[in-house]
Design a protein around this ligand. Structure first.
Ligand code: EPZ
Length: 423
């Protein structure tokens, strides 16, 4: 077991290089299985979700080379083996194997996904999409079994805007017979990233990034090379940390356009943000303005930054409200922030924050990936020492977090806890 030890109260200063997007990586890796030849993906982050995916693909017989930020995937020797719950439960995005294996083999037997505990995370829209394309779907003791003799294009309206369902249907439809139209599609940049890879492999996908995506199925897809987009959620996390510690940080390797929802809200609070071509500078200020934040699908404010933003708002005098319209119970970080002295009340899907109070270092536990980010930022702004446990969550989505924070002047290190000897 490990924990982070953070000695807070120091403003973050300097520059940080943003890694490849986690929520692209976990979709691009299964998408690569659809090619008849090797696919090379560059700018991959070394995070747990990527490491787990490598193991999953290797268990199914794919050849995967992964060094530095470069991965080559060759699925020519793959078999459609059953992937039980054990491994796939470690990450939410294992569900992309359903769409990829269905398209490649006409069948998939993969356990239901795991991932962060953000409340109920149904997959009914994924299943609706696969059935519309002609697949038979059964849930047998937690293993999703999908079969299709031939996938045929269909018009699919998503009742809810779902990133995962949009991508999964795109994967299944890429080699289906005929045209598939996804209506009310999610518009996240990661969806555009997956469509770009598939089109580079020879697919015919138009409209990714809008709410209507048109996929003309093709017979074969070939190997290619692709570079992942930067991680807008990692970037937003560092932007919020710079604002909260009243620091001055330049983020390198970003796409400012993808960060507009975060930049706009930070500017409303009073943070100075300077956009470059592929960088962004965040300059904290002494005086901030309390604000209301509502999370929405892209290009709205991202739910994944709701928890880090809550920590920033504890440092803003006055009463702020943050409402999560995507996950109504994504508030398990609040109890831990209260232990550090924050005044936050959760009402339904909103948190009301009475900001401007000093936080004090404490022992806290991260319950999920972005709650962990919120607690790390709280440790950075607190007086005294904060210990953050539950690093297995944080390691899923933040590459080299300690190294990057230390380069920005933070006093943080990782302590390996010796297992307590049984008496
Ligand atoms: C993706 O999850 C991200 N994960 C999440 O990031 C992110 O919070 C979420 O999109 C929303 O932006 C990955 O990309 C791996 P959804 P996903 O389908 O695809 C409901 C992180 O911290 N829904 O867009 O699972 C669902 O319950 C993670 O990096 C259904 O009802 O999310 C939610 O309320 C956490 N039925 C809403 O839709 C379905 O079949 C949006 O979910 C699917 C989803």
């Amino acid at each position: 077991m490990e924990k982070l030890i953070i000695n807070g109260g120091k403003p973050l200063r300097g520059s940080v290089s943003i890694s490849g997007a986690k929520n692209s990586a976990v979709a691009l890796i299964p998408a690569a299985l659809l090619a008849d030849g090797p696919v090379v993906i560059e700018n991959l982050p070394h995070i747990q979700d990527v490491e787990i995916y490598v193991e999953l693909l290797q268990r199914m017989g794919a050849s995967v080379l992964f060094e530095d930020d470069w991965m080559e995937i060759d699925s020519s020797a793959m078999k459609p083996v059953v992937m039980p719950n054990g491994h796939v439960k470690k990450l939410r995005a294992s569900y992309y194997l359903w769409g990829a294996l269905l398209a490649k083999f006409g069948e998939a037997n993969v356990g239901l996904p795991g991932g962060c505990d953000l409340g109920p995370r149904p997959v009914d829209l994924h299943i609706k999409g696969f059935q519309a394309l002609g697949a038979r779907v059964e849930n047998m003791n937690g293993v999703m079994t999908l079969r299709a003799n031939r996938l045929r294009g269909a018009r699919i309206y998503l009742d809810l805007i779902s990133v995962g369902a949009t991508i999964n249907i795109m994967l299944a439809a890429a080699r289906a017979e005929g045209v598939t139209v996804i209506e009310n599609a999610a518009r996240e940049p990661e969806i555009v990233d997956v469509a770009t890879l598939l089109n580079n492999m020879g697919a015919n996908i138009k409209g990714a990034g809008t709410d209507v995506i048109r996929i003309q199925g093709v017979e074969r897809l070939r190997g290619c090379r692709h570079t992942i987009i930067p991680d807008r959620i990692e970037a937003g996390t560092y932007m919020i940390a710079a604002a909260a510690t009243r620091g001055d940080v330049i983020l390198e390797n970003v796409i400012p356009k993808h960060l507009e929802p975060i930049s706009a809200k930070l500017r409303e609070i009073g943070v100075v943000i300077e956009d470059g071509d592929d960088n962004i500078r965040v300059i904290g200020q002494e005086k901030y303005q309390a604000v209301d934040v509502k999370t929405n699908p892209y290009p709205g404010f991202p739910t994944d930054l709701q928890q880090p933003m809550t920590t920033l708002l504890t440092q803003v005098k006055g009463s702020s409200i943050i409402t999560d319209n995507i996950y109504g119970s994504r508030f398990r970080h609040v109890d831990e922030l209260r232990r550090m002295g924050a005044s936050i009340k959760v009402e339904g899907r909103s948190a009301v924050i009475e900001g401007g109070r000093t936080l004090n270092g404490a022992k806290v536990v991260s319950s999920d990936l972005r709650a962990g980010a919120a607690l790390v930022i709280a440790g950075l702004v607190s007086q005294g020492v904060t210990e953050v446990e539950g690093l297995e969550h944080i390691d899923r989505g933040y590459e080299n977090l300690v190294g990057k924070l230390r380069n920005l002047g933070a006093d943080v290190y990782r302590e390996v806890l010796k297992p307590t000897k049984r008496p």
